[in-house]
Ligand binder design. Structure first.
Ligand SMILES: Cc1cc2nc3c(=O)[nH]c(=O)nc-3n(C[C@H](O)[C@H](O)[C@H](O)COP(=O)(O)O)c2cc1C
Length: 180
């Protein structure tokens, strides 16, 4: 679809109107995507339901956590920009498919019926998304077992696969144009 998206700079009022901090990620889920083009092997995406919206260093941010075993991790590490894509409720199978298969073995675009779009160079989102946040990675840190004050949470890491946390500045908000 040509010219299907428009961009607005990320301002607090728009972000507040689009997201609910607890359910947008935790209940509805999001896709984390990184890549340098829309060709099959040029990008990868995965479902995430842990993370947060907030403010760091006076920037509006998304914080997410990615286990290094994910194929998406390799793409996120390589790129400066990553995107967070949110979908309408009727497309929730997208999260099931992208959260239970790996881009190492599965063509997620065809399996989940999603169309990658370059929102800008190095920022891949999806035509079917209701909102895509284009973000710049600002900071990362690996979660460390000794820093868990509640040690019972370490049960989430039986394979010692502690997440890498990324704090990302929300730079742009992309929404589909209203259908005429
Ligand atoms: C609901 C749901 C939420 C998930 N949240 C995360 C997450 O926050 N961080 C993470 O590393 N993996 C998470 N996953 C797992 C990845 O989405 C999953 O392992 C995916 O297959 C990785 O794909 P990839 O190998 O192509 O990157 C989640 C999976 C589901 C189903």
């Amino acid at each position: 679809m040509e010219d299907a998206f428009y961009v607005t700079p990320a301002d607090k009022e728009t972000l507040d109107s689009l997201f609910t901090p607890f359910s947008s990620i935790g209940t509805h889920r999001m896709l984390i995507t990184a890549g340098y083009g829309v060709g099959h092997s040029q990008w990868n995406t995965m479902t995430a339901s842990w993370g947060s919206f907030g403010v760091f260093w006076n920037h509006p941010t998304v914080t997410c956590v990615i286990r290094p075993v994910r194929y998406t991790y390799e793409f996120v590490e390589r790129e400066d920009l990553i995107t967070f894509s949110f979908f309408p409720e009727e497309r929730k199978e997208v999260f099931e498919i992208c959260g239970t298969t790996s881009g190492r073995h599965t063509d997620k675009a065809s399996a989940a019926k999603i169309t990658p779009l370059a929102m800008k160079p190095g920022a891949i989102g999806f035509a079917e998304a209701s909102v895509v946040l284009v973000c710049k990675k600002l900071y990362y840190q690996d979660l460390q077992p000794e820093h868990f004050l509640d040690k019972s949470l370490i049960r989430n890491y039986e394979k010692n696969d502690f997440h890498r946390m990324y704090i990302c500045e929300i730079q742009g908000i992309y929404q589909p144009r209203e259908k005429k």
